[in-house]
Design a protein around this ligand. Sequence first.
Ligand SMILES: *[C@@H]1O[C@H](CO)[C@@H](O)[C@H](O)[C@H]1NC(C)=O
Ligand SMILES: *[C@@H]1O[C@H](CO)[C@@H](O)[C@H](O)[C@H]1NC(C)=O
Ligand SMILES: *[C@@H]1O[C@H](CO)[C@@H](O)[C@H](O)[C@H]1NC(C)=O
Ligand SMILES: *[C@@H]1O[C@H](CO)[C@@H](O)[C@H](O)[C@H]1NC(C)=O
Ligand SMILES: *[C@@H]1O[C@H](CO)[C@@H](O)[C@H](O)[C@H]1NC(C)=O
Ligand SMILES: *[C@@H]1O[C@H](CO)[C@@H](O)[C@H](O)[C@H]1NC(C)=O
Ligand SMILES: *[C@@H]1O[C@H](CO)[C@@H](O)[C@H](O)[C@H]1NC(C)=O
Ligand SMILES: *[C@@H]1O[C@H](CO)[C@@H](O)[C@H](O)[C@H]1NC(C)=O
Length: 884
Amino acid sequence: MKALILLCGVISIHAKIIPLSSSNDVVWTFQNKNESIMGNATVPGGIYSDLQNAGVIGNILTGLNDIFTRWVSYDTWIYTGRFRVSDQDLKSRVIQLVFEGLDTVAFVELNGYPIGASNNMFVRYMFDINQEVQLGENELKITFVSPVEAARIRSHNEFTPPQCVPPEYHGECHANQLRKVQLSFGWDLAPAFPSIGIWKPVYIHVYDEAIIRSVLTHSQKVGSTWHLRVVVRLETGVRPTPLKGILTATIKVEGRQSLRKWLYLNTTSRTDGTAEISMDMQISENQVRLWWPNGYGEQPLYDLDVQMTTLDKQDITSKSVKVGFRTIQLIEDDAASILGNKTDAGLGLTFYFKVNGYPIFMKGSNWVPSHILPEYAISQNDVVDFLLDSARAAHMTMLRVWGGGIYETDYFYEKCDELGILIWQDLPFACAMYPIDRQFLQTVIEEVEQNVVRLQHHPSIALWVGNNENEAALRFNWFKTSSNFALYKKEYVKLYVDTIRPIIEDLDPRRRYLVSSPSNGFKSEEEGYIANNPYDPHFGDTHYYNYLADNWDKSIYPKARFSSEYGLQSLPSMITLRTATNVTEDFHVNSTFCKARQHAPNGYAFISLQIQPHMKLNETDPAYFEKFVFYSQITQAMAIKAESEFYRQSQADFYTMGAMYWQLNDVWQAPTWSGIEYGGRWKMLHYYAKNFFSPVLVSPMFKLTGDVDVYLINDRFEPINDAQIVVDVFNWGSFSPVSTKLFNAQAGALSSVLQDITVDFWEDNDKTEVFLRFSLKAKAPVSSPYNFVFPKPLYSIVGLKKPNITMIVSNIVLRTKEQKLEYTVELNVDTIVLFLWLETELRGVWSDNGIIVTEPQFKLKFISPIYVPPLQLQKSVTFQYYSN
Ligand SMILES: *[C@@H]1O[C@H](CO)[C@@H](O)[C@H](O)[C@H]1NC(C)=O
Ligand SMILES: *[C@@H]1O[C@H](CO)[C@@H](O)[C@H](O)[C@H]1NC(C)=O
Ligand SMILES: *[C@@H]1O[C@H](CO)[C@@H](O)[C@H](O)[C@H]1NC(C)=O
Ligand SMILES: *[C@@H]1O[C@H](CO)[C@@H](O)[C@H](O)[C@H]1NC(C)=O
Ligand SMILES: *[C@@H]1O[C@H](CO)[C@@H](O)[C@H](O)[C@H]1NC(C)=O
Ligand SMILES: *[C@@H]1O[C@H](CO)[C@@H](O)[C@H](O)[C@H]1NC(C)=O
Ligand SMILES: *[C@@H]1O[C@H](CO)[C@@H](O)[C@H](O)[C@H]1NC(C)=O
Ligand SMILES: *[C@@H]1O[C@H](CO)[C@@H](O)[C@H](O)[C@H]1NC(C)=O
């Protein structure tokens, strides 16, 4: 039955959203094709979470459930929603069904009428349903075909390499055929859960005249004035419609002032129903404060409200965004201008970000989705909060939202805006060649346009990047493409350059679009977008992994202008592993469980290879597995510390201006490159990041000759002039230094400076018996964490004793603002301790961990959202450390 549509305008109806998320009024169910499985569904949601909630499948992240539940992704799933529509709603001129996200290949029916289809989970689909919607009860049915099957079928005609992921991933083939989170077909860091479902909100939008869909902002500083262009995107349904009304933009600035701009609108929307109106505002630099990255200043944000009142019916539609005022530029200039043209370093181009006119060294990591199921990745804001707060605590200024994941939620970028975390935004294309058939390109155009429009106003977004590693993949023949190089290159250019680039340049002209990461930036473009060597250290960004060399050794690393990926694996803690299995036999690197969780070919062997040059670990040791877990975290932390400091040091002679290690967070309990475990426990790496990314750092470089170079790194706007570097030589068996030397130290603002210091302590000392400690004596707030040089492999050191460690909880303070408790713990030890690791099952993070203890007494803080009596915390803490 067709609904009766009243087209008269007797009553004024304002724009309204009828949510179709599951609720008392909207009931959703799911069933598979042969109806053997049915249940109640949560919308937004997905089939894996629904089956888990219904008890059809167990916890997807335990045991081998990623493999055992794969059948789910081979079936067809039908979601049916029932909801009611009132007489009032039906009177609206526009009645639009909006899906913010359908994952992925689906057909949509309303009351038995087909109304549309989807093939891209990153696209918002809108269907006019005036004809199909009816008074009273309505039935919305979405049929999702198996994404695995859909990808396979598309690959018959549109095949592009790779054929499949490596067998170690236990994944599925042809993820590149679908515009779907690429991670979901399996990755080296992730299980395969080829997700299905209504993963984002669905609602009906009813209105008479127009709605404001999005607001774009472009700010530019000219003299002492910010020119803010506000671009308002209106929709009037899906056909051209006259638009008459008053459009106002109001921005609240400092001193409780508001600036307002308004215009009278008398136009007609385009054939697709959209209209775009620009308004220019001038804001004096005195009326707003600058937005800075984390650690460099504050992050003031200003409310911008845009409102439209239509003339005919006095419909009001509005939209608010927060604006941050800052400039950001990616500088690719002749490197000789900074480094001179006498050395190799001066060849090529610089690659660094200038924020508000200052060159800022970007410290950070790579972000993967916060959950393997996309419906959770976008709904668990507490997880996003925790991870981004953790990044901020580790002095990070930039995160790269990696191309194997998703365009994150508005919430994510709002939080980054607030925390001062800049975002390097990859588009979700990764590690593959991609098809360029008409259907694919069409949906990509829509995808990129919608997401850039949605996210563009965030001050945290620093740049857009076309893909992850696809330039390198083609150049280095990762997927056996060399015999068709010219063809794949042409297709690559067609997709990322001819199709995507103009969209971004048009919508967001002030941000740089890089075609790939890593790439040589302008140099890649000059060389036809597939550079001769996309890893050329003299250009752009690089990714660097070397599992064969000793990664604690800073001298192995090639220089780079900007290192956007580097990493090593470690295992998650036993506590986190126990959330995946409690079977004792599983805790063995050769168990079926451990092998299935290790997706990196030869992964455990590479971890062993990193441990061997430094620490003693015997496979016959009854505690071998626990030690392997612990040592893997030590070696990862030490290696990434070495590499990160190497890049920070290299600002001095190579103008390296970025270090973002792989990877910040995790999607499951498995050996991966993450610094934070699934579930939120910080690995030793994340504690170390807090220190090695410290704004001021004394950083030694122990050379093969035995000499030690010492750098003073200063990320502050003020130079360091009257400071001293203290070098203590310790025996492994005593807290009293054998010798102590002080050196005058200096470093200009925003610089890394090799100090004129000769550290030659070796004459009188056996290197197996001593180590060096570096610290900084300076006026507060300038300070550096301790830093160390261990001249000999730890397995060979002499004099290290077994420590006696005691701990008491001495104080508890409520941090009201963060709703957290801060426990002070006092530790007493009787000798030097290596990598002292405190662990408790209680939720929280320590102020430091994995500590090289060189003082008999010290204090730590434990920050936790949970109150427990001091004694309970005290008793729950276990200690681990390294000993021979
Ligand atoms: C129905 O579907 C389920 C799940 O995919 C499958 O296990 C079962 O064999 C199917 N039953 C029939 C009769 O085809
Ligand atoms: C679904 O929910 C309804 C209403 O809450 C309930 O009556 C029904 O038993 C549920 N069905 C299943 C399969 O759980
Ligand atoms: C609106 O524009 C139309 C067509 O350009 C014009 O005829 C009309 O007078 C305008 N109305 C107002 C109120 O400006
Ligand atoms: C090297 O730098 C000097 C000084 O900046 C400049 O005069 C000279 O032209 C440069 N040479 C080359 C080859 O770029
Ligand atoms: C293993 O045991 C711990 C402690 O009893 C429990 O919290 C955890 O959920 C269990 N893990 C699994 C996979 O059952
Ligand atoms: C695991 O298996 C490999 C290959 O068979 C073997 O070399 C290694 O010693 C085993 N590891 C342990 C801890 O038993
Ligand atoms: C490992 O331990 C076993 C038994 O305790 C011992 O025989 C062997 O020599 C040890 N291996 C190494 C390399 O220390
Ligand atoms: C360990 O240290 C504590 C306090 O410092 C002391 O009371 C205890 O006797 C020591 N234990 C051993 C075994 O030395």
